[in-house]
Design a binder for this molecule. Structure first.
Ligand SMILES: Nc1nc2c(ncn2[C@@H]2O[C@H](COP(=O)(O)OP(=O)(O)O)[C@@H](O)[C@H]2O)c(=O)[nH]1
Ligand SMILES: [Mg+2]
Length: 420
C-alpha cells in the first residue's frame, strides 16, 4: 500500500458538472481513498480549459505538482477522472510516482470489499475489461511510436500479446462462471453466512458517515467473538441493543456519484450482501448539497436489488451538527426516521432504540419446540437466533417457547427438531 497519496480533482471551467461543487467532488474522492486506507498527504483542485491529450492537465500544472509530489514524497497520485492509458503513463513518467484514475480507484475498493462469489467474479471481470482496454490501447500506441522515443520500463510487444491472450481467456472463463452463478443464485442466497445474530447493513453514499457510525455503534465494546469475524471480514462487528439484544453491523461499499458505467454490474454485485441483512440503515449526509439526489439514487438501486422497496429499512439523517437550521433537516422537509450526528453522538441512542424495536418486529413469531433434555446444541442455537421466552423441563424433554423469525423457525425445524 502506498503510504503517501495525492488526490487531485480536475474540472472543466466552461462545463461545470451540473450542481456539483468541485470541493464536494474532491471530498468524495478523498473519501474513496480512505475507503482502502490510503493516506492522503496532499490534495489539489485543478480547473481546466480542455484536457491535454498527452498529460490530461496542462504542462505548467504538471510541473508545479511535480515539485509538490517530490516535496511530500508522494508515492501515488489519484486523478478523479478517467485517464487514457497514455495520459496515465506520461504523468507517471513526469512525476516519478504511480498514477491511477477514478475507475481504477473504485475497482480497488470493490476488489477489497466484494464478499460474495458473484461479487468477486463481477469485480474481477470489470478489472480485466479495464486492464484489457489499457493493454490494447498502449499496444497500438507503442506501434505508432515505434522508432520514436520508446518506453522506459514499458512491456515489450510480445509480452503484451501474451497478456492480452491471458486476459481474454480469463474473461471468457469468468463469464461462464457468472452464468452458472446467476443460474444457481437462489441456491447461493440460502447458504447465508451463519452468524449468530441478526445482521444490520449500512448503506449510503461514500462520505455519508457509514464508517463513523459503524465505529460509534461497535467501537465501545469489541467483543471477543468479533475476533472470529475480524479474520473473515473486518467490516462486520457485533454491537449491543437496548434491552440486551445483540446484532451484527455490516459496513458496505458506498455509492459513488457518476459511477463509471463499466462498473455498474460490479457495484450491484458488491451490494448483494445487503439482501441477506435483516435490517438496513440508509445513512444520509443531509448537509450535502446533493442530499436529495443521493437519496433517490440509493432508493432506486435498492428497489432494483430487492425487486421492491426494502421493508426493514431505517433512514438515518446524519451530520445534523452541520445544519444551521432544524428546518433544513432531510433537505426538502420530507423527514427521515432518525436524526443523528455520528460525529458528536447526538441522536444515536434514539437510533439504537429504533433498531431494537425493528428487530423485535422482525422476530414476531412465537414457536414452541420440544427437545431432548440433553440437546445443548439446539438450545444454544435458539438462544443465539431468537428470544427464549419460556422453558419447561418434563422428564427427558424440554418444552421451549421462543420468539423467532419465521425464516429461522423453518431453519430450526430442518436442523434440529420437530415442532410441537
Ligand atoms: N460534521 C460531521 N461530520 C461527520 C459526521 N459523520 C461523519 N462525518 C465525517 O464525514 C467524513 C466521511 O465519514 P465516513 O464515516 O468515512 O463516511 P463513509 O464513506 O460513509 O464511511 C469523515 O470526515 C467524517 O469525520 C457527522 O455526523 N458530522
Ligand atoms: Mg466508509
Amino acid at each position: 500500500m502506498p503510504q503517501s497519496v495525492l488526490v487531485l480533482h480536475p474540472y472543466f471551467k466552461r462545463k461545470p458538472s451540473g450542481l456539483r461543487h468541485p470541493e464536494s467532488c474532491l471530498e468524495e474522492a478523498i473519501g474513496l481513498a480512505h475507503a482502502i486506507d490510503l493516506e492522503v498527504a496532499d490534495t489539489a483542485i485543478v480547473p481546466l480549459d480542455k484536457p491535454t491529450s498527452a498529460t490530461f492537465i496542462g504542462s505548467g500544472k504538471v510541473e508545479e505538482l511535480k515539485g509538490r509530489i517530490a516535496a511530500a514524497d508522494i508515492q501515488l497520485a489519484v486523478i478523479n477522472y478517467t485517464l487514457s492509458p497514455v495520459q496515465q503513463r506520461n504523468l507517471e513518467t513526469a512525476w516519478g510516482c504511480k498514477v491511477i484514475d477514478r475507475t481504477a480507484l473504485i475497482l480497488e475498493i470493490f476488489g477489497a470489499r466484494a464478499a460474495t462469489h458473484e461479487g468477486k467474479l463481477q469485480v474481477e471481470l470489470a478489472a480485466l475489461e479495464y486492464q484489457k482496454g489499457r493493454l490494447v490501447r498502449s499496444w497500438t500506441h507503442l506501434e505508432r511510436q515505434r522508432g520514436g522515443f520508446g518506453f522506459l520500463g514499458g512491456p515489450g510487444e510480445s509480452q503484451i500479446e501474451i497478456d492480452r491472450r491471458l486476459i481474454r481467456d480469463r474473461i471468457a472463463k469468468i463469464k461462464k462462471q457468472l452464468e452458472q452463478v446467476t443460474r444457481t443464485r437462489a441456491l447461493h442466497r440460502k447458504t447465508r453466512r451463519d452468524v449468530p445474530y441478526p445482521v444490520v447493513a449500512l448503506v449510503g453514499y461514500t462520505n455519508a458517515g457509514k464508517s463513523t457510525l459503524f465505529n460509534r455503534l461497535t467501537g465501545a465494546h469489541v467483543l471477543s467473538m468479533d475476533k472470529l469475524f475480524a479474520t473473515l471480514d473486518p467490516t462486520m462487528r457485533s454491537f449491543s441493543l437496548p434491552g440486551g439484544g445483540k446484532a451484527i453491523l455490516s459496513d458496505t461499499v458506498g455509492f459513488v456519484s457518476d459511477l463509471p458505467t463499466e462498473l455498474v454490474a460490479a457495484f450491484r454485485a458488491t451490494l448483494e450482501e445487503v439482501l441477506e441483512a435483516d435490517m438496513l440503515l440508509h445513512v444520509r449526509d443531509v448537509s450535502h448539497p446533493d442530499a436529495q439526489a443521493q437519496k433517490r439514487d440509493v432508493e432506486d438501486v435498492l428497489k432494483k436489488l430487492f425487486g421492491a422497496p426494502p421493508e426493514n429499512i431505517i433512514e438515518v439523517c446524519n451530520k445534523i451538527d452541520k445544519l444551521t437550521s432544524p428546518s433544513s433537516r432531510g433537505g426538502d422537509g420530507r423527514g427521515g426516521d432518525a436524526y443523528i450526528s455520528a460525529f458528536t453522538g447526538e441522536g444515536v441512542d434514539a437510533l439504537l432504540h429504533m433498531i431494537a424495536r425493528g428487530m423485535e418486529r422482525r422476530f414476531f413469531a412465537r414457536a414452541e419446540f420440544t427437545l431432548p433434555a440433553g440437546d445443548g446444541k439446539a438450545m444454544a442455537w435458539l438462544h443465539a437466533h431468537g428470544k427464549v421466552v419460556e422453558q419447561r423441563v418434563e422428564e427427558d424433554y424440554i418444552h421451549v417457547s421462543v420468539q423467532l423469525s419465521p425464516e429461522n423457525i423453518h431453519r430450526f425445524e430442518q436442523l434440529h427438531a420437530v415442532r410441537l
